[in-house]
Unconditional design. Structure first.
Length: 503
């Protein structure tokens, strides 16, 4: 009898142990607070870095850029140049979209041709138009990209071209796809409650292996203090664009840590050089002499930015180290305005976003005040809704000055210079035959030293032309829960694959 009882007890213990072993650990969720909500979850209809942070978890490109800016395989496993203008890429086998459909060359060709199309153009069209001539698929695992001319930056460009599924996109259309996206990335889409959250779930069949974090919740919180409060109370685990005045408080909190990085984003005031009085170079130079950039950095940003004398970020290939910034010289600014025929100054407008960049509202208010001292009376037109700013800016409707930042994952001078200043690409508010020529030379020359020399000449030319008020490179400040193991990148992408949470 004793043996029977002992057997029953042992069996019960084994049964309990088996249930204990079988019980899965609780799901791990991480909350991320950013300044604004996406316009769309279609990766080609929204180029905001905050939206791209979400896209980097939903989608893959043919290649990636690692944390050291090296090109590494992704959906393509290897590549070769067939000739100076044809790149052949072999695709990874066995990759599946989140809806279970297999990724093939047809999806890559569809994605790139969609970016090229003139009808119903996408926001990312400027990333590819004038660069790629055609895309073909010799077979289901091979893609050939034919460029208009030799392109030294092509592989880095490809890292930004996120792949969408041809069949699914064709069936549902652009609008519906932007609401219910499908990719091949480490996380699959769950829900988007506009102005509240975007939720994504770990994709079990991800080709690199399932992510360690089960669920990501991206929350748009426009106000600096609101993001900070969400982190302090544990609503989120990661906050971008932390206000400088909050850094010491976070460093003193045993539950939190602060990470900073020299961002690839450059902040500037753009000038519509096609309208008076900004058609006169002397006026544009006067604006640069009239803004005390270092004072703005030291006061509003508490020193947490990097003075940049020109248009190219210091973290980007092609940055000209020998470029000297405009000194603060209000008297020289007034003299240039007199020489240009504006002894009493003039009226204009400065249009800009709110909540998009660190201290953007305060920065614009201060710039307007400094310009007032040299006789430039700028009315401030602040637009909290990003779409109300970005759409008119992209359509070239800005009539005076505009406040903007430019970054991105393509850490090469051509991305900014070509995208902003080349007349056959975006051509935004400034064009010149000499800058067109130098941009084309820098892009098509494969020799690295020649490219650096070309971009140095171009930056010296643009410094003299002054199509912008040159300001600073942004320092990205992140507030992070100590339970989250994650490191920021210079390109602002919040990629959570590889991150983990301490239990």
């Amino acid at each position: 009898m004793r043996n029977v009882i002992l057997a029953v007890v042992l069996g019960s213990l084994l049964l309990v142990a088996s249930f204990t072993r079988a019980a899965p650990p609780p799901p791990v969720a991480v909350g991320i607070a950013q300044g604004i909500d996406p316009e769309s979850l279609d990766p080609h209809m929204d180029t905001l870095s905050s939206s791209q942070a979400i896209f980097g978890n939903l989608y893959d490109a043919l290649v990636n850029l690692d944390a050291n800016n090296n090109v590494v395989p992704a959906l393509a496993v290897w590549w070769k140049w067939v000739n100076e203008t044809t790149l052949e890429m072999k695709l990874r086998r066995g990759v599946k979209f989140h809806n279970g459909k297999e990724f093939t060359a047809d999806d890559a060709v569809f994605t790139l041709k969609r970016m090229l199309q003139r009808e119903d153009p996408v926001r990312t069209r400027s990333w590819i138009v004038g660069i790629v001539k055609d895309v073909v698929a010799p077979d289901a695992q091979t893609v050939r990209i034919i460029t208009e001319q030799p392109d030294a930056v092509l592989l880095r460009r490809i890292a930004a071209w996120l792949i969408v599924p041809r069949d699914t996109f064709t069936q549902v259309g652009r609008v519906q796809f932007g609401l219910n996206p499908v990719g091949t990335g480490p996380y699959r889409f769950v829900e988007w409650v506009k102005n509240d959250r975007v939720v994504v779930q770990a994709y079990d069949q991800y080709w690199r292996g399932r992510p360690k974090i089960d669920r990501l919740v991206f929350k748009p919180i426009p106000e600096d203090y609101g993001r900070f409060a969400a982190l302090k109370t544990g609503v989120v685990d990661l906050v971008a664009n932390v206000p400088p005045e909050r850094v010491k408080e976070m460093e003193a909190d045993p539950r939190l840590k602060v990470e900073t990085v020299h961002s690839s984003r450059t902040i500037f005031v753009g000038i519509n050089t096609w309208v008076r009085p900004f058609t006169d170079r002397r006026v544009r130079q006067a604006l640069n002499y009239g803004v005390n950039v270092q004072e703005l950095i030291d006061t509003i940003l508490q020193g947490r930015a990097y003075r940049n004398p020109g248009p190219i970020n210091q973290m980007v290939f092609g940055y000209h180290k020998g470029l000297k910034p405009y000194p603060y010289d209000p008297e020289r600014a007034r003299r240039l305005l007199r020489e240009a025929g504006y002894p009493q100054g003039f009226d204009t407008v400065l249009t800009g976003p709110v909540g998009r960049y660190l201290k953007d509202k305060e920065m614009q208010e201060a710039i307007v005040g400094q310009l007032q001292r040299i006789g430039v009376r700028a009315r401030l037109d602040l637009r909290p809704e990003w779409a109300r700013f970005f759409g008119p800016w992209l359509r070239k409707e800005m009539q005076g000055l505009y406040f903007l930042g430019f970054g991105g994952i393509i850490l090469d001078a051509d991305y900014l210079l070509g995208g902003h200043f080349h007349s056959k690409r975006r051509g935004l508010y400034y064009n010149h035959p000499d800058s067109d020529r130098l941009i084309e030379l820098g892009m098509s020359t494969l020799n690295e030293k020649t490219r650096l020399d070309t971009y140095a000449r171009l930056q010296e030319f643009l410094l003299e032309e002054a199509p912008w008020i040159f300001l600073y490179d942004q320092q990205d400040i992140y507030g992070i829960s100590k339970r989250l193991r994650w490191r920021p990148r210079v390109d602002e992408r919040i990629v959570l694959y590889g991150a983990e949470v301490a239990r």
